[in-house]
Design a protein around this ligand. Sequence first.
Ligand code: PBG
Length: 333
Amino acid sequence: MFFEGSFPKKRMRRLRTDDYMRRLVQETSLKACDLIYPVFVVDKDESYEDIVGMPGVFRLGRQELCKVASLCLERKIPAIALFPCVDGSLKTPGAEEAYNVDGFLPKTIKLLKEHTPSLGVIADVALDPYTSHGQDGLLDPEKNTILNDETVQVLVKQALCYAESGVDIIAPSDMMDGRVGAIRSALDEANFSQVKILSYAAKYASSFYGPFRHAVGSAPNLQGQDKKTYQMDPANSNEALHEVYQDIKEGADMVMVKPASFYSDIIWQVKNKFAVPTFAYQVSGEYAMLKAASEKGLIDEKSSVLESLLSLKRSGCDAILTYYALQAAEWIL
Ligand code: PBG
């Protein structure tokens, strides 16, 4: 980059004098179409349950979900991401409920596609909502280790089950090796070549998923166990590029970095190296922090949230999953 001129001829503040001027030279912007709304869903007709640590976010029953879906369309949010809160009695070591075609998530996907067909529906593929031990993969009962290849087979069944229900985008969030390739092949063979894959490619073993794990009820089942044998070490960035490279090669249409704000260097590198659609997930802990500080009057909620999202756009991501999506879209309409 060539930098010309110096003070007093060059005055950087000249272009900051007025709102019209600042808007003209603004380099990035945040639009409603950059946002994806993650929602927690329960197998009930009517429900609006609070979630600890996430004021303003609820576990939604079917009626409330439909209302929220209509609101997303109204506010120009392109897609919604579904997270099922599965009844404890349906959780098993083998996560069989994950690919039950008559299960609650497949039915929810169908309902949404009938109710608001033009709203994109994203479903996570990972076993943690369905395992009795709360891990994203199957466990070797003797060694207590995650069985990668056996898990991939179940993830494929789960992805096919969601595809049959009409899901638009499959989002593998499990971090098993080889799952994107296996899911892509299975989808293509079953004539689902238009179903897209948004891979959680660089997903870190982060401390910021706490409120989410409580919301979906996997926290108590995990019994203090972590996910460090499959999610990435927050210290690493080269590894993120390898993960992204693998997933693109295996057929991911879009890749995701998660969490978002503390990982904007990763977003920047991924976007610049691979130039593919790159998404970021502002996770439950990030939401909880912004919310808690706002509620205490320590920061102004609207401007802080919009700044956090704009900063992610500046880091290079194309879209952001955020629990603030509905609210932010209203603010920027
Ligand atoms: C499950 C999954 C998690 C999140 C999204 N999908 C939790 C985890 O990996 O333990 C976290 C999202 C959030 O914290 O908002 N595979």
